[in-house]
Design a protein around this ligand. Structure first.
Ligand SMILES: Cc1cc2nc3c(=O)[nH]c(=O)nc-3n(C[C@H](O)[C@H](O)[C@H](O)COP(=O)(O)OP(=O)(O)OC[C@H]3O[C@@H](n4cnc5c(N)ncnc54)[C@H](O)[C@@H]3O)c2cc1C
Length: 416
């Protein structure tokens, strides 16, 4: 039985990466994305360890590197804007400034992945799945904009609040582990005139910051703060903006200016940080990849890398399992990824323990000050990055069908 037509919900990182590899192996791919175009905005994200290999094998490494943020360092300032400490070895978003990782703005990576797939994957923008019926001969899918279609498989790559997961596996409360914090990111003009630099201010259980983006032509403003479960209304961006305005009222430095910029931002983003945990990432002909399956949360710094590696492994295992054997492909995908996912999710849980109290913030600044004077600070940063590196490298990636050397042509024929 042919098993070749795949619908992917979500056109951010995991979705297009999966489509890229499936196309290489001869599958037909359709991506349905809720937004009217690839979504802009978001934080600087990191590509590390095994994910760098995946990007290299996709032939995108040079372009991703060229889009890299090349951050030089960061400062923390007090409520009056006076510098408390500056470091050139480390940034808040990316870790070590001289390490092997690539930090790139999320939307620049999404643009590159879209460019690499748009010619041979059908994109359905501004639409979403409303119903899924999994049967012996395929999955019947209803779409929000009307119409029904049959696919051999459906994969949810639609993020932390996945629609596919909700339809096929159950309500998200069963799978999300709330980490007690929320993060907002949006674009603004480069208000502080930063040159590949990050600036932050810590207040009680809050952090506000700005860093330059898109080669200093813009900045990203970031608000991080503690929240209770359910406090962020995901359907109502205005409620989200009001929540931030309330929480950051009275916070010093340039915060009032940043709050004004928030109301004008075209790509405002806020979400509560959660970790996604499911016992199984597939059911019948329906599977999950990226944040939808095992989102580790922004605190891990590994969401994008997990999505890229997961897409590579899922496509490779589905292709290797052969036509009609999706069950084996899904099983091998989970077996191969489970330990890697667990190690990377664990990174976020230790970070979530930091509470950001007034005293905790004071201690953090003192530690950074002491560090900034140490002669061996680069080595110290490298040492502190070791657990992250171990987790990021913690998977052996097979060379599916000559994927590493591009031996598979678009029809899935091995060209040796
Ligand atoms: C706008 C945006 C901003 C982000 N900002 C940050 C950030 O600042 N820091 C951070 O660590 N992570 C952020 N993330 C998450 C980060 O991109 C992911 O952790 C990581 O890249 C894994 O990607 P993913 O493709 O699995 O999920 P995501 O990047 O979350 O992508 C999911 C995609 O699915 C689409 N989608 C959602 N629901 C539906 C639906 N019902 N039908 C069709 N499509 C749907 C979304 O529009 C999105 O394009 C952001 C994600 C988005 C979408």
């Amino acid at each position: 039985m042919r098993n070749r037509e795949v619908l992917i919900s979500g056109g951010s990182v995991a979705g297009p990466a999966l489509a890229f590899w499936l196309r290489r192996y001869g599958f037909t791919t359709t991506i349905v994305e809720r937004a009217p175009a690839p979504r802009t905005g978001g934080q600087a994200i990191d590509i590390r360890g095994a994910a760098i290999d995946v990007v290299r094998w996709m032939g995108l490494l040079e372009r991703v590197r060229a889009a890299g943020t090349a951050m030089r360092g960061m400062s923390f300032v007090d409520a009056g804007g006076r510098p408390l400490v500056s470091l050139t070895e480390l940034t808040l978003t990316g870790g070590a400034t001289d390490g092997p990782d690539i930090e790139v703005m999320r939307d620049e990576l999404v643009e590159l992945l879209y460019g690499a797939t748009r010619d041979d994957t059908e994109y359905l923008f501004d639409d979403s799945i409303t119903a899924l019926r999994d049967g012996p001969d395929g999955v019947y899918v209803d779409f929000e904009r009307g119409g029904s279609r049959r696919f051999d498989m459906v994969i949810g790559a639609d993020g932390q609040h996945s629609r596919v997961r909700a339809l096929a596996f159950g309500p998200e409360e069963r799978f999300l582990r709330h980490l007690g914090m929320a993060i907002s990111v949006f674009s603004a003009p480069n208000l502080l005139g930063l040159d590949r630099w990050q600036e932050f201010h810590l207040a009680e259980r809050k952090v506000v910051g700005a860093y330059s983006a898109r080669r200093n032509t813009q900045s990203r403003i970031m608000f991080g703060f503690s929240v209770e479960p359910g406090e962020v209304d995901l359907r109502d961006p205005d409620q989200q903006r009001r929540l931030i305005a309330r929480r950051f009222a009275g916070v010093g430095w340039r915060t009032p200016e940043f709050l004004d910029a928030m109301w004008a931002a075209p790509d405002f983003y806020l979400d509560a940080m959660s970790q996604v945990r499911l016992p199984r990432w597939s059911s019948g002909r329906i599977g999950l990849v990226g944040d939808a399956a095992y989102g580790p949360s922004p605190l891990s710094g590994q969401g994008t890398s997990l999505a890229l590696v997961g897409a590579y492994v899922l496509a490779g295992e589905l292709a290797s399992a052969g036509d009609g054997n999706h069950a084996r492909g899904f099983e091998r995908y989970q077996e191969r990824m489970a330990g890697f996912v667990e190690a990377n999710q664990a990174l976020a849980l230790s970070a979530a323990k930091r509470k950001g109290t007034r005293f905790g913030n004071w201690c953090a600044i003192q530690v950074m000050r002491a560090m900034s004077r140490l002669p061996f600070r680069r080595q110290l940063v490298a040492l502190s990055m070791r657990p992250l590196r171990r987790a990021a490298d913690g998977i052996e990636l097979p060379d599916y069908w000559g994927a590493r050397s591009g031996l598979v042509d678009q029809a899935g024929v091995v060209d040796q």
